[in-house]
Design a protein around this ligand. Sequence first.
Ligand code: B12
Length: 221
Amino acid sequence: MNEQETFIKMSDAVLEGDSEALTVIIKKVIGEVDPLILVQKGMMPGLKKIGELFESGEVFLPEMLMAAEAFQEGMKIIEPKLQESGKKVESPGTVVFGTVFSDIHEIGKNIVITLMRTYGFKVIDLGANVSPITFVDESEKANADIIAISSLMTTTMTYQKDVIDYLKERGLRDKYIVLVGGGPVNEEWAEQIGADGTSDSAAGAVRIAEKLITDKKGGVA
Ligand code: B12
């Protein structure tokens, strides 16, 4: 099986919620292919497709749940490899990360967190359905550099703005770098709500986190 065929089989296994088939394929190729590529080219297309089928009413919540479960089973094998593959460096900083209030999507957040940890960041994972108060209180407790806020729905992305507004209310906006991300989030939205940056990929999220921290600390990385 060539790489392309492997990716198609992985994507199909996610789409069908077939954890067993997915883990068999991953175990076969895990030492040979970049683990991040396995996530991006193998598993993510399957999730994208199930999302489209859900939106058009061709599948329902149970199918989407099974696809998400298969994805997470696959991640259990890939994650340790992903962690090994990173550059181990002195910690660039501390990130407090969560998914917004009213939103339970966590898969993307978890991938970004794994990669950030791989690149040395200390990350405090607040989980999903996190209120603005919790984001800010936990960041204060952790003496964080970055607050990272994920949202996967058009109906919940406005809570990203609420976190920023609450920071302002407490007079803390300038203390933190605020990153936003997740399916419906783009540069325009990030700018509109006064976030410091966004990215639609885990690698991009790490890059922008490193850059903004270096800029804030006023110098060379
Ligand atoms: C998996 C999934 C689920 C799973 C979630 C499992 C879990 N534990 O996370 C389950 C089945 C539980 C679920 C539930 C629901 N879902 Co859903 N779900 C999806 C699906 C198929 C994939 C999401 C995903 O994980 N993508 C893969 C990851 C890797 O991508 P990502 O999250 O975008 O993350 C990447 C980047 O965005 C970025 N990133 C992410 N976060 C951050 C943060 C920062 C700071 C940065 C810099 C970058 C960054 O890096 C990541 C890695 O590349 C999407 C479809 C889609 N195309 O997105 C629908 C989707 C998001 N769901 C949708 C809906 C409607 C729901 C439900 C309301 C359904 C229902 N009727 O109950 C519920 C939500 C309930 C709630 N209150 O939250 C809709 C949302 C529509 C909208 N309004 O915008 C979507 C778009 C499907 C659709 N097309 O209709 N869902």
